[in-house]
Design a protein around this ligand. Sequence first.
Ligand SMILES: Nc1nc2c(ncn2[C@@H]2O[C@H](COP(=O)(O)OP(=O)(O)OP(=O)(O)O)[C@@H](O)[C@H]2O)c(=O)[nH]1
Ligand SMILES: [Mg+2]
Length: 324
Amino acid sequence: MYPKDHLTPFGPGTKHQQNNRSIHIQTHKTTEMHKAGFVNIIGRPNVGKSTLMNAFLGEKLSIITPKAQTTRHRILGIANGEGYQVVFSDTPGVLDPGYKLQEYMMRAVKSTLLDADIFIILSDVNEDFDHQELIDQINKTGLSVMLLINKIDLSDLDKVLSKTEQWKNRFPNWLVLPISALQNFNIDQVLNKIVEILPASEPFFPKDDLTDRPQRFFIAEIVREKILLHYQKEIPYSVEVGVDSYKEDGEIVRIRCIIHVSRDSQKGILIGHKGSMLKKIGTEARMDMEKFLGKKTFLELHVKVSKNWRESDTLLKRFGYSDV
Ligand SMILES: Nc1nc2c(ncn2[C@@H]2O[C@H](COP(=O)(O)OP(=O)(O)OP(=O)(O)O)[C@@H](O)[C@H]2O)c(=O)[nH]1
Ligand SMILES: [Mg+2]
């Protein structure tokens, strides 16, 4: 989905131009000083991939919830520093797909095999990443792999040490490190290591970019985060959120979002008694949007039944799930 050549909105960092260094003398000079590349984060659902990317960025970009399958797309988060640019990819958790939406999610994961410079496989202290097919594909690339054992704040030293040993014995070429994404433990050390390994390259994005996704994407994700947090059972997995209209009106932003549900019966559950649930979602989402946009926000939420959207190629594509 994101071959590097297509990712490069500007300048001398593009592969094409790097391949023609002789005619770009200035590019050649600066390439030696600057490091840049793609670090793709892969792991099972709920291990903390989004928390980790946000920790690297020092910003809340990807949404995070205690529920598995929170992330549905590949999301780039760009960490810019003096002399480096690390383009992280947050991805959906690896699973065996049961319906079309999940198939699209897994295609997003597979796309990270095509453009990585470094893989981060995120595991946690209680669960191992055991998707052998993906491990084989990653190893076949011959690229650097960092196996990070997350959530060590929930464990004890003995367990962390034994997990670290297990992984080191299994994959002697991998760099194995314990971390806590939530508590920022070892995050700077991992970032330093990444920069050390990355190739010399011009940046792939302007150095003040944080992501490749438009503001609207994150607006919709904020609403989805609140739904994941406040509803149980099938609702979180049956909703999709789209931004229907976004208007700047001086210092105010007026936003209308559509919440798509899969069945008629889910509409009432989502709205709640006299609209109480929808109101709660709206209030919390609006507060987060104001922080994210830095502006006073008016938010309108509407619920629409888009029958069985999770199984419809047409609707999935309309909602931004691509073939990659
Ligand atoms: N205690 C602890 N909790 C963590 C840590 N990292 C993440 N979590 C929690 O784990 C849960 C899942 O985190 P996410 O970052 O959404 O996990 P994910 O891997 O992106 O999940 P999916 O998008 O569903 O695949 C959240 O409740 C996080 O707060 C950590 O280092 N320690
Ligand atoms: Mg996630």
